[in-house]
Design a protein around this ligand. Structure first.
Ligand SMILES: Cc1ncc(COP(=O)(O)O)c(C=O)c1O
Length: 413
């Protein structure tokens, strides 16, 4: 494609742009069980309005030019620290996503470990449950760390004993997820906290996907184990606003128990002509709109608003689980705590079932270990349940009664 010599009328371009979406998966009707989130229409409108109000402002300039963004980012962090039972002195900030929050926490842990050892070249390792997000591998690849993935238990939870055994003098971080993406279960953070306490290890809680909904799910009476700074040996925690905080992308948060632990996160570079360059993030320029929208959503929804959404989400999830398990042979893996889950039928080729769903207009979330399908559901998925369950039953019956080989493989992106 050539770079256009002359521009075209805006209306024509916009019509073409909007037309492109016709070929996309039908996410608005709940056909995509990952990537997209929605609570209420009202929450989506608040997010858009606040984002657009700060469309041009750059959060990189929050300190020097946009005091309003500085205020809102600080307030988002303080509201979240309150939600996550952080002690006095705990600190944190916004980033552009879960992967960046994790990257920052790993850097902070690495530099903390190096400072404690007095060894600026120390090469550490990360001890993760096998269910942890690939963002930890990304961090390890960028910072030349070793990754030790420890198999989860038969309940699909992090195994504190096995993780303790995998940790050694070079371990700079152990991780628990709240919840993990593949199975939707919150790892036993209290037991991991005991490991961290007894071995003096940095425990990071990856609450990227669930952090901003789990407290409200608990408020509404579904069981949610303690997963945050209430566990005294949690050093850091990541939680994404652009997932179940229902804020527009790109927005996440990362927090530390105290300033000393956060120190390694800060980049402070004074080696170029424009003077000292200081950021708390890997990114430079950041969307001011994302900060404003996250703030506006917390303020308009409040705990009662989030609780109402949590109740609706969990009621929907329970109905999905009942419907899935009513199909012969199908079982949900482990005990998911929120609206993410994996499921399968041991006697069926689940890749073929996924193919059947794809042929019926769904983007199937897939699991490799164990073979299964995956759902991460927001209120986009509420009305799709009867169609989903009908097509799942039909796809399963098709696989049961015909031979074939799946071409589809489990991929995330
Ligand atoms: C548990 C968990 N951690 C981290 C991430 C990474 O978040 P992001 O895609 O915003 O980088 C995800 C994304 O789904 C996740 O589920």
């Amino acid at each position: 494609m050539k770079f256009p010599e002359t521009g075209r009328p805006r209306a024509e371009v916009m019509a073409q742009l909007k037309g492109f979406a016709a070929g996309d998966a039908d996410w608005k009707r709940g056909r995509v069980p990952l990537y997209v989130f929605k609570a209420t229409e009202e929450a989506a409108e608040v997010g858009k309005e606040a984002f657009n109000a700060y469309f041009t402002e750059n959060a990189l300039g929050a300190k020097r030019a946009f005091g309003s963004l500085k205020r809102m980012e600080d307030e988002v962090a303080r509201m979240a620290l309150d939600l996550f039972h952080a002690p006095e002195g705990a600190v944190g900030n916004m980033t552009t996503g879960g992967s960046e929050s994790i990257l920052m926490a790993v850097k902070a842990a690495r530099d903390f470990a190096r400072a404690q050892r007095g060894d600026s070249a120390h090469r550490g390792n990360l001890v993760l449950p096998s269910s942890a997000h690939p963002a930890f591998n990304k961090a390890a690849l960028l910072m030349d760390l070793e990754v030790r993935r420890v198999p989860v238990t038969r309940d699909f939870l992090a195994d504190p004993k096995a993780m303790a055994a995998a940790a050694d003098k070079d371990t700079i971080m152990i991780v628990g997820s709240a919840p993990c993406f593949p199975y939707g279960a919150i790892d036993p953070i209290e037991a991991l906290g005991e490991v961290a306490g007894s071995k003096n290890l940095w425990l990071h809680v990856d609450a990227c996907v669930g952090g901003y909904v789990a407290p409200f799910v608990r408020d509404e009476g579904w069981p949610v184990p303690t997963f945050d700074f209430a566990v005294k040996t949690v050093s850091s925690l990541s939680a994404d606003l652009h997932k179940f905080g229902f804020a527009p992308k790109p927005a996440s948060t990362v927090f530390y128990r105290d300033e000393a632990r956060k120190a390694g996160q800060t980049f402070s570079i004074d080696e170029w002509p424009n003077g000292r360059f200081v950021t708390e993030t890997l990114t430079g320029t950041r969307a001011g709109g994302a900060v404003a929208a996250a703030w506006a959503l917390m303020q308009t929804l409040g705990r009662n608003g989030y609780r109402q959404i949590a109740r609706e989400l969990m009621t929907m999830r329970d109905a999905y689980i009942a419907g899935i398990e009513a199909i012969p042979g199908f079982r949900v893996f482990g005990k998911p705590h929120l609206t993410l889950l994996g499921f399968g039928a041991a006697d069926l080729d689940m890749a073929r079932v996924a193919e059947g769903m794809a042929n019926r207009g769904w983007v199937p979330g897939m699991l490799k270990d164990p073979p299964g399908l995956h759902l991460m559901m927001s209120l986009l998925h509420k009305d799709a349940r009867p169609d989903y369950l009908r097509d799942l039953a039909a796809s399963a019956a098709e696989v049961r009664t015909s031979a074939g080989k799946a071409k589809l493989e489990a991929t995330y992106s």
